[in-house]
Design a protein around this ligand. Structure first.
Ligand SMILES: Cc1ncc(COP(=O)(O)O)c(C=O)c1O
Length: 377
């Protein structure tokens, strides 16, 4: 296939350069650091700078995000911190939500001030809040829609318009939606970030990250990429393998999640379900205007105390308890399940919050599992 254009075609075939890779249907793993150049000028010298396997991955990621270029990293956090270090300088100011992925909050709060960069954290992430928090020295609006744990939706187009009017850059963590459900660059955002450890990898066996954007912006990162935390070529190869089924997996995650969200929100022992695909979600209308579907991570608060909530987790069979999300397996995590008053006063995480990552299992098995455990409450 010469020019894959549709999402599934890009997933399946982009980067399959049969001439370059001697007819191999799967691009090989270039598991080497050094490229010799006495007899040919092929443009490769050192894997941290450029590696043919990682290059295939970067082309695929760029095409999926409707970007001109992408840069792969060894983790989502490596992608985020490299981007921040690359585009921010002493005296710059950042605006973001207090509910973005907590290590990012920590990094902006505790590490970036050492380099003279200040951050303001806003609550809901409305365009008005971003505009009100902006200063003459604001360099970046950092978004994550929906944001971690509380699932706040941000209006990407409106926030990008405010930013561009004021000469401010915009970046978004698009890990939750994946490029299958949301393409922020098309809405005017400058940089799209991924933790590929989640849905892009999808098999809970790869730690990787990416940043996508215009060729000019990503090439500027390539210069700073001299100092980058790049993925190991084997991780790049595994991720290329994973991306071949991204569309299929996201359709299934989305369908399973909808059934689970509807079941839970109609259940008497469930107080709250946080999933932007539900009409009752406060950001639903905005979400529908900028996303074509919804993935499988959702928040849930039971109508009971923390002891019973812990019992609910223990009584589940299909759902294992653990961190991370976006893999083939259904997982449950309990970021708000504690009776520690000090923690609850300090955190933005709602009391009793459970986080469910709906996997690829049969949806009836998933629903039966949740139902039997809720009945034991
Ligand atoms: C929304 C979000 N962004 C970024 C990250 C960081 O990704 P990684 O674990 O690949 O560094 C995570 C990890 O959980 C996440 O949930």
């Amino acid at each position: 296939m010469k020019r894959p254009r549709k999402f599934a075609d890009i997933c399946a075939h982009l980067g399959d350069d049969y001439d370059f890779f001697r007819g191999a249907v799967v691009p090989p793993i270039y598991q080497n650091t050094t490229f010799t150049r006495k007899n040919s000028d092929h443009g490769y010298s050192y894997t941290r700078v450029k590696n043919p396997t990682t290059e295939v991955l970067e082309k695929k990621l760029a095409a999926l995000e409707c970007a001109e270029a992408a840069r792969a990293y060894s983790s989502g956090m490596a992608a985020i911190t490299s981007l921040l270090f690359s585009i921010l300088k002493k005296g710059d100011h950042v605006v973001t939500l207090g509910s973005v992925y907590q290590p990012v909050v920590h990094f902006l709060q505790n590490e970036m001030p050492k380099f003279g960069v200040e951050t303001d954290f806003i609550n809901d992430g409305t365009p008005e809040e971003f505009e009100a928090a902006a200063r003459p020295e604001t360099r970046l609006f950092y978004l994550e829609s929906p944001s971690s744990n509380v699932f706040k939706i941000q209006d990407l187009k409106k926030i990008a318009e405010i930013a561009s009017r004021r000469g401010i850059l915009t970046a978004i963590d698009n890990t939750w939606a994946t490029p299958y459900f949301q393409n922020p660059l098309k809405l005017g955002i400058d940089y799209v970030i991924h933790s590929a450890t989640k849905y892009l990898g999808g098999h809970s066996d790869i730690c990787a990250g990416a940043v996508a954007g215009s060729a000019e912006k990503i090439n500027a990162l390539f210069e700073s990429g001299m100092y980058s935390a790049v993925p190991d070529p084997f991780a790049s190869w595994l991720l290329i393998r994973s991306l071949r089924t991204l569309e299929l997996r996201m359709i299934r995650h989305g369908e399973n999640a909808r059934r689970v969200a509807e079941f839970l929100s109609g259940h008497g022992r469930v107080k709250k379900v946080l999933w932007p695909g539900l009409k009752t979600h406060e950001g639903h209308e905005t979400a529908v205007s900028q996303m074509s579907g919804f993935s499988g991570l959702m928040g849930l608060v039971l109508d009971t105390d923390y002891r019973n909530t812990s019992k609910f987790i223990k009584n589940l069979d299909i759902f294992e308890e653990g961190p991370s999300w976006g893999g083939f397996e259904s997982l449950i995590n309990s970021p708000g399940v504690t009776d520690n008053e000090e923690y609850l006063n300090f955190t933005t995480i709602p009391q009793g919050l459970l986080r469910i990552s709906v996997g690829l299992e049969d949806v009836d098995s998933i629903l039966e599992d949740l139902d039997q455990s809720l009945k034991k409450l």
